[in-house]
Ligand binder design. Sequence first.
Ligand SMILES: NCCCC[C@H](NC(=O)[C@@H](N)CCCCN)C(=O)O
Length: 525
Amino acid sequence: MKETIQKRLSDSKTARWTALFIVSFTMMCGYFLTDVMSPLENLLTTKGQVVYFTDDTSMPADSLVAKVNYFSSEEMLSNSLLTVEQLEEGSKVQYYEMQNGAQTQTEKTISSVARGEGWSSTEYGFFSGAYGLINVFLLMLFFGGVILDKMGIRFTGMMSSGLMFMGALIKWYALSSDFGDAQLFGMDMQVALASLGFAIFGMGAEITGITASKVIVKWFAGKELALAMGLQVAMARIGTAVALAVSLPVARWMGDVSYPVLFGAILLCVGFASYMIYCVMDRKEDASAAAVRMENGETEEEGFKLSDLKLIFCSKGFWLINLLCLMFYAGVFPFLKFATKLMIYKYDVPESFAGLIPALLPFGTILLTPVFGSLYDRIGRGATLMIIGSVMLTVVHVLFALPVMNYWWFAVIVMIVLGIAFSLVPSAMWPSVPKIIPMKQLGSAYATIFYIQNIGLTMVPWLIGWVIEHFATLRNEAGVIVGYDYTAPMVIFAVFGLCAILISTLLRVEDSKKHYGLEEANMKK
Ligand SMILES: NCCCC[C@H](NC(=O)[C@@H](N)CCCCN)C(=O)O
């Protein structure tokens, strides 16, 4: 009689890498939407139309019209009176300006016109931090972890990717509508509604994040786990990089900040559909695993119990990872929300290119995260990699805080260093969690780490937005904004880096006491 040996679907290389690709694609769509508004900060915080010229400079329409009309009224430019209706692609604009006491004539051609929303920096900061609002204040990430461990990967993933899509649609509706002076929750209606959409989206994105982590552990445990995690993060970074690079060009091209969000919502719809395909694979994997267990006479693994949480919460190493994640990510993701405007005002980068410099950060990590991940797999030194990454993060923010070296090429170099730091820490930190926490509690462990991290992702943009408005905004005597001094916000980011150095050092000490194996290779020879 022919003997058949049952195999799990995850034993097939093609099947498990396909599963990874599909789930990572859904995540990538989520990361795109998370950062799609970051390059639009300048546009969002400008009131009325913003005019972009072919020489890559831009100007609020009001000040342009004021300049032209002022001089035309003095009959100096009688032929070039510009009206608002003429603010369109291809229009030529002429105006006189006083520079260093001398009158200069400027002629420019309009390349595009986009609608600014007139938000304050505090409102922009609130909106950016709204991502973690429901996760943090309604404890949804904690419940998300429990739902994941109780209801399983298929239910939770469908629910969370559906929430991402719904949140994106609300955000798009808010940004594409004009609510006049209407208020909601004591806030400008548009800001409140866009923030609500972002909060719902953020809840879905974070629950999808922990679900994806559990999917990877399910298919790759005992196989290429760290590499798979590194590749998932790398694909997510593609989403961030594309968002940073294309968002402003799309908004300028279509004349409105809502279009990049609409594009993101469409992507999320595709991401939702692709997760449905994953669910088919997941069902087959479960069936094959059950068949293997039956053949070997094994019983199903005991399910998750709430009392298991005690085990996680009593581990000092686990708390150090939590704090490191909080501090390190507080110095990166919230920074990205403000980085484009930093490039415009501190490094004098034309607005059309300003988003490309922060985009270098995720682009660099696409390659480096899997490289450092496989380095950790082979030679270990995980705790040391986390210390080095934290030192680099601190140095980068100190350099951004310095009032000197305000050259675009310097910003590019510093951003590349940040990219290396942002590859080192995640590639060592995430695969270190299973070394400290047993597999059965991993869903809840990742959920707790994400929860603590979300406190930073919510509060730090609020803090930075407020600091920019009150301590970094430079105004002339008439109260008009003339620029920004980024020293204070960048010093705050540097402090997060210092905390990360301290915590990662303590983690290394704890590892040498408890022998978690953070300095050891993941792959046994
Ligand atoms: N296996 C865990 C991978 C986590 C990757 C990590 N993501 C997060 O920490 C999310 N909670 C936050 C995502 C915010 C998106 N802008 C990462 O390094 O991206």
